[in-house]
Design a protein around this ligand. Structure first.
Ligand SMILES: [Zn+2]
Ligand SMILES: [Zn+2]
Length: 387
């Protein structure tokens, strides 16, 4: 039983929504037009309740089934925000806001969940309640938490929650996921190194924080190779270096900033401790001082084992069991993790066809995936809460 017929009939309409959203990308929490459009459509579909302003600019729609005696409540989540990228796709509906672009497929996620909401409002062929969740600022990795902190789960009585992301690493017609950790925890680290500024021609009178910084960057690479068990995943990437201003001045200080990605709390804590020790120890070795600090609260995206099996069953109904692939965890992060920390559920990747990667200026969501994604959403609701 592949694509739902009624969903196939909506393909063109949903594609038009997707392209409209693509043309008008918005960033972070400033997704006012998109959130407005979502709220307007949800009301027009006949949602029992539409609540804007959850997690600042998030929108929630409530759809009650033909019956609600089961008391079941399922949350389905999409993200609405774009990225600060100059689009190069050349499509006729390319971004009208230069420097902003839907390069992560959130235009497709929003359109597909809107399509599912329309179908579910029309058919109501389930016993329970569906909560459609449209979140802002996934890319900033704080929108999911903002909605959760606004009482998303408690206010709407959500018992289980599901998310979906497009994947340009998978063929069209495939779904992919895994039970347990699927995406990494993400932390930002900053190391502030203080030396002693001097004339570049008289280095013996200073303490060179650039040399300390260089040693530190290299030493941080030993965390993955020498500290953490090779069978555990960890990434430490130093991505920003702030150093001097002139070719002939040894600066007073150097700043290093980067990211740490891990798949377990144990490895995460160990990595933080090691970054601190390496920073302080390396600086001390050369007579300087260093201070490491950490920011960010994006936990590991952990799929519940039972809900993963359930999601595999639903996706198999749409594309066949052979096209639902087990994937290895990836070190990217997703702030849907905050919702999964509150309620059991599963995150699934939907094949976009192999092409330019996410966050690449040439990436474009594949509209051919729409009927598959929408069918997945509606069957998930109907299967979780059979009428
Ligand atoms: Zn992204
Ligand atoms: Zn994304």
């Amino acid at each position: 039983m592949p694509i739902v017929n009624r969903v196939a009939a909506m393909h063109e309409e949903i594609t038009a929504w997707r392209r409209d959203i693509h043309e008008h990308p918005e960033i972070g929490f400033e997704v006012h037009r998109t959130a407005g459009l979502v709220a307007e459509k949800l009301s027009a579909f006949g949602c029992d309740k539409v609540v804007p302003g959850i997690g600042r600019t998030g929108v929630v729609g409530i759809i009650r089934g033909r019956e609600t005696a089961s008391g079941s409540v399922v949350g389905l989540r999409a993200d609405m925000d774009a990225l600060p990228i100059l689009e190069t796709t050349g499509v006729p509906y390319a971004s009208k806001s230069p420097g902003k672009m839907h390069a992560c497929g959130h235009d497709g996620h929003t359109a597909m969940l809107l399509g599912a909401a329309k179908y579910l409002c029309e058919t109501r062929n389930f016993d329970g309640t569906v909560v459609v969740i449209f979140q802002p600022n996934e890319e900033g990795l704080t929108g999911g938490l903002a909605m959760v902190e606004d009482g998303l789960m408690e206010r709407f009585g959500i018992q289980q929650v599901f998310g979906m992301h497009t994947s340009p690493n998978h063929e069209l017609g495939k779904f992919a996921l895994c039970a347990g950790p699927m995406l990494a925890a993400c932390d930002k680290f900053t190391i502030e190194i203080t030396g002693k500024g001097a004339h570049a021609a008289r280095p013996h009178e200073g303490i060179d924080p650039v040399v300390i910084g260089a040693q530190t960057i290299m030493a941080l690479q030993t965390i993955a190779s020498r500290t953490i068990d090779p069978l555990d995943a960890v990434v430490v990437s130093t991505c920003m270096v702030r150093a001097g201003e002139a070719f002939n001045i040894i600066p007073q200080s150097v700043g290093l900033t980067g990211t740490i990605r891990t798949l377990s709390e144990r490895v995460r804590e160990k990595t933080h401790a090691r970054v601190r020790t390496i920073a302080e120890g390396t600086a001390a070795l050369f007579g300087g001082l260093a201070e490491a600090s950490f920011e960010g609260d994006v936990p590991v995206t952990v799929n519940d084992a039972e809900k993963t099996e359930f999601a595999i069953g639903v996706a198999s109904e749409i594309v066949g069991r052979d096209n639902v692939q087990h994937m290895r965890p990836i070190m990217g992060a997703e702030d849907f993790s905050h919702m999964l920390r509150k309620r059991p559920g599963a995150f699934i990747m939907i094949g976009n066809g192999v092409g330019p990667g996410l966050h690449n200026p040439g990436y474009n969501f594949n509209d051919a995936a729409i009927p598959l994604g929408v069918s997945y959403w509606v069957r998930l609701a109907e299967t979780a809460m059979p009428a």
